[in-house]
Design a protein around this ligand. Structure first.
Ligand SMILES: C[S@@+](CC[C@H](N)C(=O)[O-])C[C@H]1O[C@@H](n2cnc3c(N)ncnc32)[C@H](O)[C@@H]1O
Length: 223
């Protein structure tokens, strides 16, 4: 049997996990810490309440339940492979539901970004491309770049391998997680990640703030 691209792509994964009430666990747990880290990154990047934020691969709204109270009502949008996971986060985690219409949660398996407004200012994809082969990043980046003419910054995370030789084997990242060249969680080479961002029309930098599980941050500015 072929292995699914990621655990998320295994048949019945979301139905089983949601039936067991595991909407926090399946986005990686560490709920408070990881939501806060994402919010701090966005605030440092210049996110203001009047901006419109797109949370790509938003899961159960670990970021959303912090960003929605900060942003003006309905200035948050979310996409994910699983609409059911986002809706569970909405129902279980969002304190004030009057601040976000549920039709801002868009199921999107292919990063084609349908159903979203054009006037997105900031986008975040946290711990999403860490679970996907590089081809998904290479598909998503040009879509993000062309779809949102007002975009100021895209932030996303990856796991990196230090060089091509080490990239061929499993690697232990600083926070202990083991990443792989050919299965989730995936690591990539910095030069491949930067080449993909540049090819899509972004000027990008990789940095190394403290991020859960040893992820690296890519900050991409449209150019
Ligand atoms: C580790 S979780 C992170 C969720 C969220 N960004 C957060 O930090 O809480 C990875 C998320 O990526 C989503 N995902 C996986 N493959 C995807 C795809 N092809 N398109 C969109 N979302 C995807 C999963 O459903 C899951 O919610």
């Amino acid at each position: 049997m072929t292995r699914p691209i990621s655990p998320y792509h295994a048949p019945g994964f979301y139905d089983d996990a949601l039936a067991q009430g595991r909407h926090r666990d399946i986005v990686g747990g560490r709920w408070e810490e990881t939501g806060l880290v994402q919010m701090q990154l966005l605030l440092a990047a210049g996110l203001d309440p009047q901006h419109r934020l797109l949370d790509i691969g938003a899961g159960s709204l670990r970021l959303g339940c912090r960003a929605v109270p900060y942003l003006l009502p309905n200035h948050y949008w979310a996409t994910d492979l699983s609409g059911a996971l986002m809706r569970r986060g909405y129902d279980a985690e969002l304190a004030d539901k009057t601040r976000l219409s549920p039709d801002h949660l868009i199921e999107d398996a292919n990063f084609d970004l349908h159903g979203l407004p054009d006037d997105i200012d900031f986008a975040m994809a946290f711990a999403v491309f860490t679970h996907l082969p590089l081809t998904f990043l290479q598909t998503a980046l040009p879509n993000i770049r062309s779809r949102f003419p007002r975009l100021q910054k895209l932030l996303f995370t990856v796991f990196l391998a230090p060089d091509p030789a080490l990239a061929r084997s499993p690697l232990r990242q600083p926070d202990g997680v083991v990443t792989h060249p050919n299965r989730a969680p995936y690591h990539h080479l910095a030069e491949d990640v930067l080449a993909a961002t540049q090819a899509a029309g972004f000027a990008a930098t990789l940095s190394d703030p403290y991020l859960p599980r040893g992820q690296r941050l890519c900050t991409a500015l449209p150019c």
